[in-house]
Design a protein. Structure first.
Length: 230
């Protein structure tokens, strides 16, 4: 069984490759203010970043501050954000979050995890996006791509996002936390896809226990041998 130290060393080698392939890996949501990013992260649940950016552009061209969203009728907000899906819940969360920001945080987006988690529609993933992107605080953002890749790479044996966050943080220095999450996300979108991982062109197959899974048995053994010898 691979020790924690061995796993940490393997992850460091993986990150060296990913830094070369995705040097500019970062949050894909566009924003001009912390509040805009916060609202877009709420909208991003079960929706692509591209769609959220499109809807968000229309939304924030008219409404910019928490006070604007408090005054905006709920049904009007729902119509604008409808393309992002689950618009009833998202609209309600946005209205409630705007009210809490004004009443509790003087209209400002807080940086502390415990404060962010008070906001409706904000979980640890959303909070870590805000902390990492806006406040430049080391954070491991665990999205569907990170869940999938961290399990395929055997960096964790959990499917629980909070456990995965903790497992990944324990394997590297704080300075690598934010980049790692974004890089794994990019690699998941481009190469290590959910249904059809492109192992044949993947630059980290020699470090991946799941490479070529389901193909020739000896192919998997060759990959495992490369991991052990790397």
């Amino acid at each position: 069984m691979e020790s924690k130290k061995q796993k940490s060393i393997r992850l460091a080698k993986i990150l060296t490759v990913l830094r070369n392939d995705y040097p500019d890996a970062r949050c894909r949501l566009t924003y001009r203010t912390p509040f805009e990013l916060l609202i877009k992260t709420i909208l991003s649940a079960q929706c692509t970043d591209e769609r959220v950016n499109q809807v968000g552009h229309a939304l924030f061209s008219r409404y910019k501050q928490p006070e604007d969203f408090i005054a905006l009728p709920l049904n009007s907000l729902e119509k604008i954000i409808r393309p992002t899906g689950f618009f009833h819940h998202k609209a309600l969360h946005i209205k409630q979050t705007s009210e809490i920001l004004v009443n509790t945080f003087s209209g400002k987006v807080p940086a502390a995890m415990e404060d962010l988690l008070q906001l409706p529609g904000v979980g640890r993933k959303t909070a870590n996006v805000i902390r990492s992107t806006v406040f430049n605080l080391p954070s491991v953002i665990v999205d569907t791509h990170v869940i999938r890749l961290s399990n395929r790479l055997k960096l964790t044996d959990s499917s629980n996002p909070e456990h995965i966050e903790s497992d990944l943080m324990a394997l590297m220095n704080e300075k690598d936390w934010s980049f790692t999450a974004h890089a794994l996300g990019e690699h998941g979108r481009r190469i290590c896809k959910a249904r059809t991982p492109l192992c044949a062109i993947c630059p980290i197959t020699r470090f991946c226990p799941a490479a070529y899974h389901g193909l020739k048995r000896n192919s998997h053994h060759r990959v495992q041998k490369n991991i052990n010898n790397s």
